[in-house]
Design a protein around this ligand. Structure first.
Ligand code: URP
Ligand code: ZN
Ligand code: ZN
Ligand code: ZN
Length: 490
């Protein structure tokens, strides 16, 4: 066969196997995996290097207005370029609804901006701030049919917060339509009450952000989200798990048979609250919600990633510059309540996990593949085209040099943030060549594709949403007239 691209002699790892072979690509798809293929029109010798599936980053904020009204520093160009340089070939950022905005308009706006700028493939989750009748009866079902098969809802932030009644409405809708609900779980009133007293005492520095966002606020809220989910038997996914108690709460829920899914992020493995404790407002660079915690929580997150309690590892890239546009709206006088929440990480997500996780001996290469790609594909309806290395899947491939050593600096990165919380860290292993649908996107430190060459992917039904659930009270679906995917076959 004539291949458009061959990648030969590499050590290939999938979610379960490792072997040396050649990969033949035609029309953007992997058509042959075998030893001894003849070179294609473009041929890459990957001898001595590792060939892994392109990463899927299923949690990142790009060109998005935050709940606090701040614009991200990365647009769909810089955000996707930065992702690609870090070995990520698919992202699922958010189309963010703010109250009063119509969902179809929100989606059309994000879709147009991404279409013009993205260099890798992407889907969208919808952030839902206004679950009114129009949304629940019409706009959300339509968005789900258009391939936006997951929604993020918030239990905190004034502008985004849903109450428990609304959360049940959204979960019931997702159960009916076969979508997955992602939950930002932090107890709003605990945070608000603590923050108010801290500010009254004059404790305004960034480090008090981590005090206000106590681990119990995360654990309580996660537990409540799980109870709501179990009540009506609809799966949910707890995003950005930071605290040890939350990991244990999710593990327990899974042991009870609940369909609870969860992710964590680099900031909870590689940062702690001590990083925030810097002179002046410098610590704002490390502030995200939930905040990084302590060494014990880091170990709990590693253990959760290892035993499957936390099935996915995403960046939660929430890029804000260290100036008045993001982290310091009032300069040096900015309090921890006013700075934009979030840290950058879309480019370093995989290099950090590769170095510390795989080469550091905490996880094996198959766990790396699952946490960085395969599990995201199953979770979010992408496994028909992405997330692994197999004949028939898109040729989204990353050639890693496991020997290359790098000292991380902000200048090395391609985002538009200007700093990195991982400055100065030494890591080993680097994604040197990145392909997306058989196109070489990054090679020899250079971008090889044009803006707008990424594609929108209409996602299929997430796997958890296609499996019938068992509500905690099995008579409830009948009594309440709950019908649809989540409760079929019961
Ligand atoms: O601090 C964070 N994570 N900011 C981004 C918004 C969110 O809640 O994911
Ligand atoms: Zn969140
Ligand atoms: Zn986020
Ligand atoms: Zn699966």
């Amino acid at each position: 066969m004539d291949f458009d691209l061959t990648i030969r002699n590499g050590r290939i790892s999938t979610d379960r196997d490792t072997f040396v072979a050649d990969i033949g690509v035609k029309d953007g798809v992997i058509v042959r995996i075998a030893p001894g293929l003849s070179p294609g029109r473009e041929d890459i010798d990957a001898a001595g290097r590792w060939v892994l599936p392109g990463g899927i980053d299923s949690h990142c904020h790009i060109e998005q207005l935050s709940g606090m009204g701040m614009m991200c520093a990365d647009d769909f160009y810089s955000g996707t370029v930065s992702a690609a340089f870090g070995g990520t070939t698919t992202i699922i950022p958010f189309a963010a609804q703010h109250r009063g905005k119509r969902i179809p308009d929100v989606i059309a706006d994000y879709a147009q901006r991404a279409r013009e700028k993205a260099v890798i493939d992407y889907g969208f989750h919808l952030i839902l701030a206004d679950p009114d009748e129009q949304a629940l009866q019409h706009d959300l079902p339509q968005a789900i049919r258009d391939g936006i098969t997951s929604l993020k809802v918030y239990m905190t932030y004034n502008a985004l917060k849903l109450d428990d009644y609304q959360l049940l409405d959204v979960m019931a809708l997702a159960g009916r339509e076969g979508a997955l609900v992602m939950i930002h779980a932090e107890n709003h009133d605990m945070i608000r009450w603590l923050a108010s007293r801290l500010l009254d005492q004059g404790h305004t520095a960034p480090k008090f952000h981590a005090v206000a966002h106590d681990p119990l606020a995360e654990a309580e809220s996660s537990n409540r989200a799980i109870a709501l989910s179990r009540l009506i038997g609809v799966p949910v996914l707890i995003v950005h798990v930071a605290g040890a108690e939350t990991v244990q709460t999710i593990r327990n829920a899974k042991l009870l048979g609940a369909q609870i899914h969860a992710e964590s992020c680099p900031q909870y493995l590689f940062l702690t609250a001590e990083d925030i404790d810097l002179p002046g407002v410098e610590g704002a660079k490390y502030c995200c919600s939930p905040p990084p915690r302590d060494a014990n929580a880091q170990e709990a997150v590693w253990a959760g990633l290892k035993d499957g309690t936390l099935g996915m590892y995403s960046s939660d890239h929430a890029p804000y510059r260290f100036d008045e546009s993001g982290k310091l709206p009032r300069g040096e006088d900015t309090t921890f309540k006013e700075m934009a929440n979030g840290v950058p990480g879309i480019e370093l997500r995989l290099p950090l996990l590769f170095s510390e996780g795989v080469l550091g001996g905490r996880i094996d290469i198959h766990e790396f593949v699952r946490l960085s790609a395969t599990n995201h594909a199953h979770m979010y309806g992408l496994s028909h085209c992405k997330g692994n290395i197999a004949e028939g899947l898109d040729a989204d491939l990353v050639i890693w040099n496991p020997e290359r050593e790098t000292t991380i600096t902000a200048e090395l990165l391609h985002d538009n943030v200007g700093y990195t919380p991982y400055e100065g860290r030494q890591i080993k292993g680097w994604p040197e060549v990145v392909t997306s649908r058989g196109r070489v996107v990054v090679s020899e430190g250079e971008l090889k594709v044009q803006r707008g060459s990424g594609r929108y992917i209409a996602r299929q039904c997430p796997e958890p949403a296609s499996i019938a659930q068992r509500p905690s009270r099995s008579h409830l679906p009948g009594l309440l007239g709950l019908k649809g995917k989540a409760w079929e076959q019961q």
